[in-house]
Design a protein around this ligand. Structure first.
Ligand SMILES: [Fe+2]
Ligand SMILES: [Fe+2]
Length: 178
């Protein structure tokens, strides 16, 4: 894909915003929250702590072989995660690609592509009945490691870049003659 062509096509060529991606979000029935952009970024960072606490509870439960405990923590976590990624993919990434193009938002697209493997691991863990405790513990460790790596990439890289991009856009809009 030529970068110029890719950039001018914007969202339509974003791998996360394909018809399949949109259908996936619709199927999950989570629509982006209407919120001021800077507040949204703050809420998303706070949700990382909430989800990390949920994952820590799941990890404790899986280590104890407490399958009910894992299932109930996962049930709480699932809708928070789905709402969270609906907002990240349709609001944060939308702004970055809209302002910087696909090339300029390449690193952030890669970070958001981790949402699928994270969700796949959550689904795998939910098939609890078929697992031994060591299997469950190993999957749980993979999920927690991937999630912590993901949130740190977002908080160190994606969110600050999105905020800078948003403030620049806001500044340009404010200085535009009406
Ligand atoms: Fe994310
Ligand atoms: Fe996130």
């Amino acid at each position: 894909m030529g970068s110029a062509a890719g950039q001018s096509e914007g969202l339509h060529t974003c791998p996360m915003m394909t018809t399949e991606g949109v259908a996936r979000l619709a199927e999950m029935r989570f629509v982006p929250r209407r919120m001021e952009f800077e507040s949204l970024v703050r809420v998303l960072a706070e949700e990382h702590r909430v989800m990390e606490a949920g994952l820590a509870r799941m990890k404790d439960a899986s280590t104890r072989g407490d399958y009910d405990g894992v299932a109930s923590a996962l049930k709480e976590l699932d809708p928070i995660f789905k709402q969270h990624i609906a907002d990240e993919e349709s609001q944060i990434l939308r702004l970055l690609i809209g302002e910087l193009g696909l090339k300029g938002a390449e690193a952030e697209i890669k970070v958001f592509q981790q949402h699928r493997p994270i969700h796949r691991l959550m689904q795998l863990i939910s098939e609890l009945a078929s697992k031994s405790v060591p299997e469950l513990t190993a999957e749980q460790r993979r999920l927690n490691d991937l999630f912590l790596h993901h949130t740190s990439l977002e908080e160190q890289g994606v969110f600050p870049k999105a905020l800078v991009t948003y403030r620049e856009l806001r500044g340009r809009r404010a200085s535009r003659p009406s």
